[in-house]
Each structure stands twice: as structure tokens, then as C-alpha cells.
Design a protein around this ligand. Sequence first.
Ligand code: COA
Ligand code: ZN
Length: 302
Amino acid sequence: MGNKNNIEIIEIGPRDGFQNVTEFIPTEKKKEIIERLIEAGVKRMQLTSFVSPKHIPQMQDAEEIVKYFINKYKDIRFFALVPNYRGAKRAFDIGLREITYVISVSEGHNRANVNRSVDESFEELKKIIEEFPEMYVNLDAATVFGCPFDGEVTYDQVEQYVKKAVDIGITTINLCDTIGVANPEQVKKVVENLLIKFPNIEFHIHIHDTRNMGMLNSYVAIESGIKHIQASIGGMGGCPFAPGASGNLSTEDFIYMLDKIKVDTGIDFEKLLSVAKECKKTIPGVYSGHHINIDENLICSF
Ligand code: COA
Ligand code: ZN
């Protein structure tokens, strides 16, 4: 049984959740939800993304959100997602010193998501690391457990990808089940092998809940040695281009489970639940709780 001390929950709702909402959420509303997440005890959070506003208009207020929070809360670890050099520069210029850069393990998805080959994305990542040495760069490894375009992703592919990232200086890698197709045995195998092979790398896990496997797969990840779990308030998340694609592991459900097994993360379940309710009430298209999805179209492009 894995050691369950020092489990950290990383809240990603303000990015992965909000980006999936078509109607623009007023910046003040986003700020209010983020403030309430902090109030509930969240200590590490993905605030937004510096992407092309043409591709994801919801994230067009990235500068304003980041500026507000990094100045106000010095003890919270904030970061934002970037898909390219341009995004990294925007983040740096506004004063953010931690980002996550996204590259898929599979070619098909990387092309669809960021319009680049995997090699081109790695080249750009190298440039970011070289040009912004003060920036802490996490890497989001998308499609670790399967790709909507290329299908199966093997453990060997994942290991080679991780090796490439480590060779250019990456120390934190987020293993993403981008479309929610992971199964517990696969999670166990991938996590256990990577932890043995790369003992100095901080691995995170990011599971989509398409078939209600988010809780199980994230729990198995912990049992296999993962210490950092990404989760989204209200289970928000998914893909703006795939109606029916389901959300993320919901933070409140996961905290509830951790409370029951006496794992203290410093996050207050009751407060979190009230934030989830607020999201459900005020953000169009948000569901909370279980995400069993009966729509046929479950393919999420990221
Ligand atoms: N921030 C703001 N604008 C950006 C940008 C960024 N990081 N990157 C590109 N742009 C702008 C360009 O200036 C250009 O604008 P223009 O048409 O007015 O000249 C436009 O976006 C297209 O730029 P281009 O370099 O041709 O990009 P692209 O069309 O090949 O798209 C990405 C590449 C990465 C910008 C785009 O695919 C993207 O933003 N993807 C988001 C992926 C994402 O967030 N996925 C979810 C998380 S995994
Ligand atoms: Zn996601």
C-alpha cells in the first residue's frame, strides 16, 4: 500500500474547467471563485492559460487574472498553461514565474491541440527554458494513456517522451489522461515504472472522468506513489470542441474521499462544496458530482 503522507491537491478548475465553457465568464466571477478556492485551503493552482484568444476566447483575460492573484497572495503557488513561446513570454511579462507547457505524447493530438509536431514542441520548450531561466517550467504530458486520433499509447512511448523532457532539464511532469480512457492497471504500471526509472522527477496525475473512472484512477496513482493530484472544482473540464466530453476528477469528491481515509490536505471539504455549488449555479454548462456520460461523442481533442 502506498504511503499517503504529503498528498498535494493541485486545483486546475480555473483553467481546464473554465476553458470548456463557451459563454464568457466575467473576470470578476472568475476572481471570486478563485478567491473562494484559496479560502477553502487550496495552495497550488493553475489560474489560466496564455493561449491564442482566437482558439480559446474564454482565456482572454489571462493577464488580468494573473496580475491580480500573484500580487495579492504571495504564499500560494500559482501557475498557468502555455502552448508556445508566445504564451511563455506573455506569462513572464506579467510577472508569473511558473508555467506548464503542454506537449502530447502522441503526434495526432499534439497537432490538433497546438498545431505542431511533437519535435517542434520540444524545440520550442528548449527555447523557453533557455530564454527564461527564472521561470519554473512544468510539463503537461497529454495523451499518456491514449489518444483520440492515434489510439493506443504504449508505456515505451511514454518513457521515451519523459527521457527527452528530462534531458532538456524538466523536473516536473504531469501525466494527463486527456480523454479519460485510462484504466487502473495501466495507471499502476505507468506510474510505478516511471517512478523507478526517474526517481528525481516530480510526477503529477491529471485524470478526466469521462467514464467515472477519475476517482479510482487517481486513487490508484496515489497507491502507486504519486503525491500530486490535479483536480477541478465541480468536476469542470473537458474539451471545448467535443460536446459530451466529460469533466475532470472533481476536487470536492476527491477531498471527501481523502478525508474519509484520514489524509489531510489542508483543504476544507464544506467550503469546497459551497464553491462547487456556486459554480454549478452561476456558470453555464457546469455539472458537479458524477459524470457518467451517455452521449455517443466522447472524443475530446485535448
Ligand atoms: N497568445 C496570444 N495569441 C497567440 C498566442 C498566444 N500564446 N499564440 C499565437 N497567438 C496568435 C497569433 O498571434 C495569431 O494571431 P493573428 O491571426 O491575429 O496573427 C494566431 O494566434 C494564430 O497564431 P499561430 O502561431 O499561427 O498559431 P496556430 O494557429 O498554429 O495555433 C496555438 C497555435 C498554440 C496558438 C493554438 O493552437 C492554441 O492556442 N492552442 C490552445 C491549446 C490549448 O489551450 N489546449 C488546451 C490545453 S491542453
Ligand atoms: Zn485536462
